[in-house]
Design a protein around this ligand. Structure first.
Ligand code: FES
Ligand code: FES
Length: 180
């Protein structure tokens, strides 16, 4: 059954391959990728999501697991500068990719402007959705498609905040958009 917001390619990957094509249960797939500017070389069960690679293998727990089904945006990270749901992405698909998580946004101890704006505008409450909101906002600003607050609301609609901090989140992103 088609899943809203999921590309047909990904659905195809999601479908289990015929038994003969499946890797041996004990085998792993080697993957090299850069995360927050550091090179990693890992051997993974091919079913490992990027989210689980980050949290369980690399100990980068800033990226949050909410629904694990592509519906909440808590797991949003940047891959080659593009925002994606890491729970829907197999890590083995990312050989050679540049991944940026919330831990990699600050430079030389200075917060990323979006991180600073979230603080300035009181844009988080419990903070659970915040890493995904911030990574998504960084990707949105790089896309350059948002011109108004309504655009921001629409383009951030894949990121759910259970605390209802949306007005402050939009104000924070709008602030950075205006200044950049
Ligand atoms: S945990 Fe990935 S979208 Fe919810
Ligand atoms: S700040 Fe709590 S879920 Fe968003």
């Amino acid at each position: 059954m088609p899943v809203e917001g999921v590309s047909s390619d990904l659905q195809q990957v999601d479908a289990p391959p015929p038994a003969a094509a499946r890797p041996a249960a004990t085998g792993g797939v080697p993957v090299r990728l850069n995360v927050n500017g550091l090179p990693y070389s890992v051997t993974l069960d091919p079913r490992t999501s990027l989210l689980d690679l980050l949290r369980e293998h690399l100990d980068l727990t800033g990226t949050k697991k909410g629904c694990d089904q592509g519906q909440c945006g808590a797991c949003t990270v940047l891959v080659d500068g593009r925002r994606i749901n890491s729970c829907l992405t197999f890590a083995v698909m990312l050989d050679g990719a540049e991944v940026t998580t919330i831990e990699g946004l600050a430079t030389n101890g200075a917060l990323h402007p979006v991180q600073q704006a979230f603080i300035d505008h009181d844009a988080f409450q419990c903070g659970y959705c915040t890493p995904g909101q911030i990574c998504s906002a960084v990707g949105l600003l790089a896309e350059g498609r948002a011109k108004t607050a309504d655009d921001i609301r629409e383009l951030m609609s894949g990121n759910i905040c259970r605390c209802g901090a949306y007005p402050h989140i939009v104000a924070a992103i709008e602030d950075v958009m205006r200044r950049s």
